[in-house]
Design a protein around this ligand. Structure first.
Ligand code: FAD
Ligand code: 2HG
Ligand code: ZN
Length: 490
């Protein structure tokens, strides 16, 4: 795991005592709502899911996990923490990829897993109101029964919480079609560190009554308050879904295919995902599965359409495939013929993050880059790693491979460096190089994962001093004692 020797525990924060624990027990009542390693013995294994991040890269030293069951409980907890200078980390499914969801030192984890009720759904407007701890996939299954879909989908859907998604402003696989949470979230209920309940749980699509303060919590990464419920506009679930998997000889050709997909598939296009051969080779090595296409190509893309008429959409996608192949934009392609094939084609893309972790660790860079330049960074990074003699097939080399994939339709590259172990030499080759490069092409050093602790020192590559200054003012206004998710980006 990565440690941050340069970060010191902030001694303004209190150390947790038996008296504090007794207060929390009084609020929460139930045994199952508190994991108390302060006054009792708790095994490292029991604490680990709350202290260790998904990548096993960032590890905190929390000794107390609180699982409130209601907004009122969150309010009492936060007020007490604020009055007693106890630092906290809001946590959902702990699937975040920037080290933001785990403590750095002994901050108290406030986990939303017990706040898991679906509060309201209107099947005319598609408005859904849920507690922050509802698992994304649970909400989506609930909506599926009503003919609706959650406007966000991502590989961690089985464990991430909607509050966590909103706090991270997750983008995911269908942003191209359904847009960002900044547009879909209609309202938020949140608790400020002083215990104030911010009831902005509007169910309206339009509400131009002053500053739109809920936006500060979307992507706020738990630094100004704790989201306790979310109201969200959900679109109709398309009856028909079709998927194609294509291989191309260059990134230039993938760009041409994207252009054609937008022209020819228009309103039914719901995803356009990029994968390079290196990412697909690693998936194949780990899973030993049959590849979707016979031949191997430097680049692949997955195209999904969602519409109301399966035959019509299949015909459109079939015609598109024929057209791009006849124009030699695409070298080969396959169309899924049934649900099982749709799932297995998606697995080639969604499975990448999990497969890359197979060797021990991954350096992850989640970047917005203007499309024309998007893949150049992967080539340059691979060359730097090779020139430094860090990549090889045996245990002597830390780096397994350098891969690029991502949400092509959103100009969002996932540059991942799969490693056998975390190694300072690798990090030094990558940082600040990747961030400098991204800054120079006017990209963003975080497209959708946030800043957390991983990018806390690099915000300046994407935001001006003035912008960072304004963010600090907001942080100080909402959280004057700094107890909310300290040591992270702000
Ligand atoms: P956590 O990881 O628990 O928390 C994330 C951040 O939000 C932390 O800073 C935490 O302190 C804060 N937070 C959590 N809950 C609250 C709350 N109630 N109030 C205030 N702050 C809170 N991201 C994408 O954008 N697109 C993807 O396609 C994508 N795919 C992924 C695939 C995999 C396999 C994995 C492991 C992750 C992926 N992610 C993706 C990362 C993504 O951010 C998370 O999966 C998800 O949005 C986080 O939800 P969570 O409940 O796990 O939040
Ligand atoms: C995805 O798109 C996620 O699969 C994860 O955002 C990306 O692991 C990553 O770098
Ligand atoms: Zn992503």
């Amino acid at each position: 795991t990565d440690t941050y020797p340069e970060i010191k525990r902030d001694e303004r924060f209190s150390h947790i005592t038996a008296e504090h624990v007794a207060f929390f027990k009084g609020i929460l009542g139930k045994e199952s709502a508190i994991l108390d390693g302060v006054t009792a013995e708790v095994s490292g294994d029991d604490m680990e899911p709350y202290n260790m991040d998904w990548m096993r890269k960032y590890q905190g030293h929390c000794k107390l996990v609180l699982k409130p069951g209601s907004t009122e409980e969150v309010s009492k907890i936060l007020k007490y923490c604020n009055d007693n200078m106890l630092a906290v980390v809001p946590q959902g499914g702990n699937t975040g990829l920037v080290g933001g969801s785990v403590p750095v030192f002994d901050e108290i984890v406030i986990n939303t897993s017990r706040m898991n009720q679906i509060r309201f759904f209107d099947d005319v407007s598609g408005v859904l109101v849920v507690d922050a701890g509802v698992v994304l996939e649970v909400a989506d299954q609930f909506l599926a029964e009503k003919g609706y879909i959650f406007p966000l989908d991502l590989g961690a859907k089985g464990s991430c919480h909607i509050g966590g998604n909103v706090a991270a402003n997750a983008g995911g696989l269908r942003l191209l079609r359904y847009g960002s949470l900044h547009g879909n979230v209609l309202g938020i209920e949140a608790v400020l560190p002083d215990g104030t309940i911010v009831d902005d749980l509007s169910r309206l699509r339009k509400n131009n009554t002053g500053y739109d303060l809920k936006q500060l919590f979307i992507g706020g990464e738990g630094t100004i308050g704790m989201v306790t419920a979310v109201s969200i506009h959900c679109p109709q679930r398309s009856k028909a879904m079709n998927v194609a998997f294509l291989g191309a000889d260059s990134f230039e050709k993938i760009q041409q295919a994207f252009r054609e997909a937008k022209i020819q598939l228009g309103e039914i296009l719901s995803a356009f995902e990029l994968m390079d051969s290196y990412s697909q080779n690693l998936v194949h090595t780990v899973r030993q599965n049959k590849r979707p296409l016979e031949g191997e190509y430097p680049f692949y893309c997955l195209i999904e359409t969602s519409g109301s008429n399966s035959e019509h959409d299949a015909e459109k996608l079939g015609n598109f495939l024929e057209d791009v192949m006849s124009k030699e934009i695409i070298a080969d392609g396959v169309l899924a013929e049934n649900e099982t094939q749709i799932k297995s084609l998606w697995a080639q893309r969604e499975g990448i993050p999990e497969c890359l972790g197979h060797w021990g660790g991954v350096y992850k860079y989640d970047l917005s880059i203007p499309l024309g330049d998007l893949y150049k960074l992967v080539d340059e990074t691979r060359k730097r790693i090779e020139d430094a003699g860090l990549k090889g097939d045996t245990d002597d080399f830390p780096v397994v491979d350098v891969v690029g994939y991502g949400h092509m339709g959103d100009q969002n590259l996932h540059l991942n460096i799969a490693v056998r172990r975390y190694d300072k030499r690798v990090e030094e080759v990558l940082e600040p190089f990747v961030y400098e490069w991204t800054g120079k092409v006017n990209g963003s050093i975080s497209a959708e994962h946030g800043l957390g602790i991983a990018k806390k020192n690099y915000i300046g590559y994407s935001r001006s001093e003035t912008m960072v200054g304004l963010m600090k003012q907001i942080k100080n206004l909402y959280d004057p004692n700094g107890i909310m998710n300290p040591y992270k980006y702000i």
